[in-house]
Write a protein that binds this ligand. Structure first.
Ligand SMILES: Cc1cc2nc3c(=O)[nH]c(=O)nc-3n(C[C@H](O)[C@H](O)[C@H](O)COP(=O)(O)O)c2cc1C
Length: 196
């Protein structure tokens, strides 16, 4: 399954451990560190069947630059999954991504989340919370989550991707045909003018 995971993991690299586990186990999974993108740089994801969005939770949200990029690159019918790590669990986490996917008419299939070592603000004074997380089991859990997602949705995703690719090729053909007609009409007009 040709997959790309866009990620931000700026606190302790907790989320990156989940991303790396998936990417290292699968040759067809690419990763993009969103912090390395330019301010107006939006990667073309049209070759990917699955798009992963991964980050720590910062102030109850996914990273803002990740959600900005997601809002710019997602297109209608994209298949999306998310990975997150947090200091303490809250059912609200991920709702921001869900809203963006709905707005872009992309499909947010599933979210995987687990605790990640947190030394933000006052927690630093106590030596941090969620120490030693993600654990090896939680990292393995992310890999199993991904494999199960591909097992459950692989075939319909591939079929839908082929349908979209055919539609895109058709639209491009129509656009090219339209341009050709325009050139023909212009040439004929010029020819008419000079042959009068
Ligand atoms: C600025 C900042 C804000 C955070 N806000 C929250 C929060 O609102 N809720 C929460 O559960 N954890 C919060 N955390 C903890 C992180 O979500 C957690 O440590 C996560 O694993 C960080 O992932 P990373 O190492 O991939 O960046 C915050 C951490 C930082 C640095």
């Amino acid at each position: 399954m040709k997959t790309v995971i866009l990620y931000v993991s700026k606190h302790h690299g907790n989320t990156k451990r989940l991303v790396d586990a998936i990417a290292n186990a699968h040759d067809d999974v690419d990763t993009i560190d969103v912090t390395k993108l330019g301010k107006d740089e939006y990667p073309d994801l049209s070759e990917y069947r699955l798009i992963g969005l991964a980050s720590g939770i910062y102030y109850s949200e996914f990273d803002r630059s990740l959600t900005r990029v997601a809002a710019n690159v997602l297109t209608q019918g994209d298949m999306v999954f998310a990975l997150m790590t947090y200091g303490s669990k809250n059912n609200w986490y991920g709702k921001d991504l869900d809203s963006i996917c709905r707005m872009k008419q992309a499909v947010l299939l599933r979210i995987y989340g687990c605790p990640g070592f947190d030394t933000w603000g006052p927690f630093k004074l106590m030596g941090g919370v969620a120490k030693n997380h993600p654990t090896d089991e939680e990292v393995q859990g992310a890999l199993e989550f991904y494999d199960k997602l591909v097992e459950d949705y692989g075939e319909p995703i591939e079929a839908e991707f082929k349908k979209r690719a055919r539609r895109r090729a058709q639209e491009a053909k129509i656009q090219r045909g339209g341009l050709l007609m325009l050139i023909k009409r212009t040439v004929n007009k010029v020819f008419d003018t000079f042959s009068r």
